[in-house]
Unconditional design. Structure first.
Ligand code: MN
Length: 291
């Protein structure tokens, strides 16, 4: 099933180019609230059959007539894997944006996760807004995003997948360092709109193997990143198991699983497209922030 958040934080099931409203599946205080989808995910075991039933009958709107929002507008936690693809590690190791070089032999397995501000999330109908920080370069990173389903604390790799609700396309926008400025990674990646996600959540039952999905990103129609999650150093199960030994993961939490090679600059006026096999694709404009 494809679960979307649209218009005034309504919940929908997407199919055949249209969207069916299933907002009534969450209790009234949450209906139309940015946290409605978190509540839906939390209750999913109880409501999934009803969701399927309603999706056949509920109000239908053509997709172009709705405003798709971030499919999880407010996860409690937004975790991200650093250096999870060997070819990306190689390109960063020789990049002018890593002054002093990378520590040897360090990957997501050794480094664990970092945290992005969840306020950096935006949706497929929004825009990436670059702040006016002089002399800085902003890069795109296309990633598979994992949405947590069931509460996960100290889960094993073998049982990690039971705690996944589904998957999204994700862009981890990053302000790169240079010799002069070396702010910490969490802030460089946390500017508002620096985590576009979408276009919807594809539920885990439709993605039997998240570790073998093609993942691509274009800037103005030019292919810049063309990888596969099969190249991830730490796969989805291990990422979840490891993180859940540090902190409890909650329904609706989001994990950005790292980017393949090919990261590069974006600027105002660009159109960035991201596609993950079996999940979907969206295109988002880049502009200068006006505040
Ligand atoms: Mn990243």
């Amino acid at each position: 099933m494809k679960i979307a958040v649209f218009d005034d934080y309504r919940l929908g099931v997407v199919g055949d180019g249209s969207i069916r409203d299933i907002s009534s599946l969450v209790d009234r205080p949450w209906r139309g609230h940015p946290l409605a989808v978190n509540r839906l995910i939390e209750r999913w075991d109880d409501v999934r059959e009803e969701a399927a039933r309603q999706s056949a009958a509920a109000v239908i709107k053509p997709l172009p007539e709705v405003r798709l929002r971030a499919p999880v507008p407010q996860p409690r936690q937004l975790l991200a894997a650093p250096l999870n693809y060997h070819q990306h590690i190689s390109e960063m190791a020789s990049s002018p944006h890593v002054p002093g070089g990378l520590p040897p032999e360090q990957t997501s397995r050794e480094l664990g996760f970092f945290v992005k501000a969840s306020g950096s999330i935006c949706g497929p109908s929004d825009a990436i807004e670059l702040p006016r920080w002089s002399g800085r370069v902003f890069h795109h990173e296309c990633e598979l995003g994992v949405v947590i389903g069931r509460t996960a604390r100290a889960v094993s790799r073998q049982r990690a997948r039971e705690h996944v609700f589904g998957y999204v396309c994700l862009i981890d926008v990053t302000m790169r360092m240079n010799r002069e400025f070396q702010e910490e990674r969490p802030m460089r990646k946390s500017f508002e709109t620096f985590t576009p996600i979408g276009p919807w959540i594809v539920t885990a039952d439709e993605v039997p193997n998240p570790d073998s999905l093609g993942i691509r990103l274009w800037v103005n129609g030019e292919l810049r990143q063309d990888g596969s999650t099969a190249q991830m150093i730490v796969g989805v199960d291990e990422l979840i198991a490891s993180a859940s030994s540090v902190v409890t993961l909650h329904p609706g939490d989001l994990y950005a699983t790292g980017t393949p090679a090919g990261v590069g600059p974006i600027g105002p006026g660009d159109q960035v497209s991201v596609c993950v096999d079996k999940v979907g694709e969206f295109t988002i404009p880049v502009r200068q922030r006006d505040w």
